[in-house]
Design a protein around this ligand. Structure first.
Ligand code: RUQ
Ligand code: CUA
Length: 866
């Protein structure tokens, strides 16, 4: 046991700590926890591999499709912590998506034939590429149910564009970028007529069609250009997953299919079901096409037809130009995945136990020599399967998808039926390892595992069923993503993560360091277009404009008020509210709603949004900020008052309130001014400290100081108004302005003190691990409730406590462990009298108290900073 434990500890404990000390100290406690929670050594190692301490970051960021939620789920690896849901095809109120006018415009780009669609079946997220590597700029995802593709900007993780496929009626094999983000591939799934008319199923072979759409992408602007995009018409085989060639196979694309039988089912007329007829043949077809050539063809009118506003290249044109071929592949295949160098194309046969590895150089040679094994009923040349294959490997039951790693030849494949991930070598055609997953894995996600530069390290298994893995929450279970460490010879399953938001199909992972999201927008930005918003409103420009029955409100939000605070309109008016968040501070988002009107906006720093509604009911409606943004968040509100212009309102003002005398008001004014002067003195002392310690040298501190000064800079304007009120003899108003000054001072001090605390940490001597643990124990043990370092609060200041007593370390230790034993000590007695409080027993252990003493030593070393 002793050796096993020390082996474990050397993994768990940082090697910088002397191993012997560490195992003695941590071992005891760790062992206790392991016993109490029933954890094995292996469990603890898995925890250590995935746990990240508070404030720590992940190495990779995963974008997972949100399935039927129509959203995207963002989480970190290895912690598997969910960071965000990106609203894509579905309204999402927190982000205001679908509840403010600008995001509604994006969502409504997804209307099909003039009709609103408010959900999506998201399947395959794709990251933009440069030279086949992820560049961290754009993310796209497809909707299988309503054939659409959406573009998300990774600067702010917001959906910017949705395009509808005008000819497909269903779509699955997208969205996949070509290696320089020239195009996004989107392959059809269920074949259907390209036009919008009725065609009887008996004419399936003649009038139903499959296809691949090539969406032209502008990688600079991050938008799809539908006018420059085109569709390749394909037979009504059910096209499935696709992948763009890269490296050796750059310029080509690959798409699987099933139901090359072109079976159409018909249970209701006594036919065997679709599933029986569509898997009769031993093989289906891998479609191989040259998108570079097709793109050139699409430039000339004679090569395409316009259908529903998009260019469609007929199969015959593609065939005549040597741009389309078929290769047989084992029946009902699913994933097709091109190797990092583009030379190998691995196809998994859902109903076959094999993976088939095709070799690009062999395919290329057959194409070059026009060596065909035959033609399909539509005249498309078929290449010989054997002559195109590098080889086949028996993997297990239900192979679906593949991911590559950083090791040459290494590939990972999901086995749906066997509930396993298999690691094998696609060059040597050899199985290397298998690991069980829970249960029925669909896709799997490697770290940049489908790019030209896979990073290895982890595989995530995206399981379709969770069954018994989590606490039951009703018959609908969460989905289960499992993280697997693949850095060693054997795969090691680390942890389960439940995902409760639709069935996530595929996920893509990118190195976190490649993402550079913004902290704030340029003031007044329409975030959906990136341009200045027509409703941009700066401080001082707030106004309400009426044009007939339209009322336009130009409003601003800043901690902690909304300007204007009253909006009065007539019943029947259409109200447009432009809101600008004037904050520049990091994470200072304000939300906005008018109660009862089904509108909501989320305003990140610098953002302007537009809300619009018809004030069709009379009444008084509070509006407020919906994000807890500051201590005075609840006060961040106003009233919308909707009057009926045809009604006469009788005044209800009956109560005569006693008013304050002028002398009383003057006294209140003087008191407020004095409080402000005292608060300002505190601020000035903090500013002095910050300057003396060169806050500008530390970017995080500097940003906080700038935020604080932002607030402080608003004071002179309020002061002017206060002075003017005094001059006019209106002390009532002057008091209110002085109060506003105080609010700004509090906000300044709030951030300023945070900056000071941070700066203290930067300039103070480095804390020993024990002192660090002591500070934590001090905080968690509740000591801070009475003791504030550097200040007398409801208990004495502890700076210098170790100098105040003889044999002080022992004295403090005894006192903390058993305060009552010293209640009669004359010094303690005097303190109890002074503060009218007794030091309570916080039941700390000896270790914690020792650490706290180390922390207090560190405090004394740096006493000049507090
Ligand atoms: S699919 S579980 Cu919709 Cu990507 Cu294979
Ligand atoms: Cu702004 Cu709450």
């Amino acid at each position: 046991m002793a050796t096993r434990l020390s082996k474990l500890l050397s993994l768990v404990v940082s090697t910088s700590i002397a191993a012997t000390v560490a195992s003695a100290a941590v071992g005891g406690e760790l062992q206790k926890i392991m016993k109490a929670r029933g954890l094995t050594e292996k469990d603890v190692i898995h925890a250590a591999k995935t746990y990240t301490p508070s404030g720590g970051r992940d190495e990779f960021i995963v974008f997972s499709s949100g399935g039927q939620s129509g959203q995207i789920i963002v989480y970190g690896v290895p912690t598997m912590r969910i960071l965000k849901y990106i609203a894509v095809f579905t309204p999402e109120p927190w982000q205001g998506y679908g509840y403010d006018e600008d995001s509604k415009k994006v969502l409504r780009e997804g209307n099909i034939r003039g009709r609103e669609i408010n959900w999506g079946d998201t399947h395959h997220p794709g990251l933009s590429e440069k030279d086949g590597k992820y560049d961290g700029k754009w993310l796209v995802i497809n909707d299988k149910a309503n054939p659409r593709v959406a573009v998300i900007d990774l600067k702010d993780f917001e959906t910017k564009q949705i395009v509808v496929n005008p000819v497909f009626k269903s779509e699955h094999g997208g969205a996949f970028f070509t290696p320089n983000s020239e195009y996004i591939l989107e392959a059809c799934q269920y074949a259907a007529p390209f036009d919008n008319n009725y065609h009887p199923i008996e004419e399936y072979k003649e009038t139903y069609r499959g296809g691949v759409t090539f969406w032209k992408f502008d990688p600079k602007k991050g938008r799809i250009k539908p006018k420059d995009s085109f569709v390749l018409e394909l037979p009504p085989y059910m096209q499935d997953l696709s992948d763009a060639g890269k490296g050796a196979s750059y310029g080509w694309g690959f798409t699987n299919s099933f139901n090359t039988e072109m079976y159409t089912g018909g249970i209701e007329v006594g036919m065997p079901p679709f599933e029986a007829g569509c898997s009769r043949n031993d093989t289906d077809f891998l479609h191989v096409y040259n998108w570079q050539k097709l793109a050139k063809l699409a430039k000339n009118k004679k090569n395409y037809k316009m259908i529903n506003g998009i260019k469609v290249i007929p199969m015959s044109v593609a065939v005549a130009n040597n741009a389309l071929f078929l290769i047989p592949e084992p029946k009902s295949p699913h994933g097709v995945d091109v190797s990092p160098d583009g030379e190998y194309i691995t196809v998994c046969g859902k109903l076959d136990t094999h993976a088939s590895v095709y070799k690009w150089s062999k395919i290329k040679k057959l194409i070059k020599n026009h060596e065909y094994a035959g033609k399909d009923p539509y005249g498309i040349p078929i290449l010989d399967m054997k002559k195109s294959l590098h080889g086949q490997v028996e993997l297990g039951l239900g192979p679906l998808h593949n991911q590559y790693s950083n090791v040459d030849g290494e590939i990972y494949t999901s086995l749906y039926v066997d509930s396993q991930i298999v690691k094998w070598n696609y060059k040597k055609l050899k199985v290397l390892d298998k690991v069980n997953v829970h249960y029925n894995v669909g896709h799997l996600c490697g770290m940049e595992g489908k790019s030209a530069d896979p990073q290895g390290k982890y595989i995530i298994s995206l399981n379709k069923l969770a069954i018994d893995r989590f606490d039951p929450v009703g018959p609908l279970h969460p989905q289960n993503h499992q993280l697997i460490d693949v850095s060693g010879k054997k795969m090691d399953l680390l942890v389960d993560m439940p995902l409760p938001l639709g069935e996530p199909h595929q996920a893509v992972a990118i190195r976190a360091s490649k993402l550079h999201p913004e902290v704030r927008y340029k003031m007044g930005t329409n975030t959906k277009t990136g341009k200045p918003h027509i409703g941009k409103t700066l401080a001082g420009q707030e106004r309400i404009v009426r044009k007939g029955k339209n009322v336009y409100v130009y409003a601003t939000l800043v901690r902690s008020h909304i300007n204007p605070e009253r909006i009065t309109v007539n019943k029947g008016d259409t109200v447009t509210i432009y809101l600008t968040n004037l904050e520049r501070a990091q994470d200072e988002t304000h939300g906005f709603t008018v109660d009862n009107f089904d509108i909501h906006a989320s305003l990140e720093p610098g953002e302007t949004a537009e809300l619009k509604f018809k004030a069709d009911i009379e009444g008084v409606f509070p509006y407020y900020c919906t994000e807890f943004c500051s201590a005075l968040h609840l006060e961040m509100m106003g009233y919308l008052m909707v009057k009926d212009p045809n009604k006469k309102y009788v005044s209800a003002q009956k109560l005569k309130m006693k008013k304050m005398s002028k002398a009383e008001l003057k006294a209140e004014y003087d008191k407020t001014v004095a409080v402000n002067a005292a608060t300002d003195a505190v601020i000035q002392s903090v500013v002095k400290f910050l300057k003396a310690n060169h806050y500008e040298k530390y970017p995080t501190v500097k940003a906080l100081v700038e935020d604080a000064l932002d607030q402080y800079g608003k004071i002179p304007e309020q002061k002017k108004k206060s002075d003017a009120a005094v001059k006019a003899g209106d002390y009532e108003k002057a008091v209110l302005f002085e109060n506003m000054i105080w609010q700004y001072m509090v906000k300044t001090a709030d951030v300023g003190i945070r900056a000071k605390d941070l700066l203290v940490k930067k300039v103070a001597t480095k804390q020993s691990p024990a002192a660090e643990a002591g500070e934590r124990a001090f905080g968690e043990g509740g000591c801070g409730g009475c003791h504030v370092i550097g200040k007398v609060s409801s208990g004495p200041d502890l700076t210098g406590v170790l100098l105040r007593h003889e044999n002080a370390e022992k004295w403090v230790k005894d006192f903390v462990m058993d305060p009552a034993s010293k209640y009669n000590d004359p010094y303690v007695k005097s303190m109890i009298d002074y503060f009218n409080l007794k030091m309570p027993n916080q039941h700390m252990n000896e270790k914690e108290v020792k650490n706290i003493i180390e922390y207090l030593k560190w405090v004394d070393e740096n006493a000049n900073l507090f």
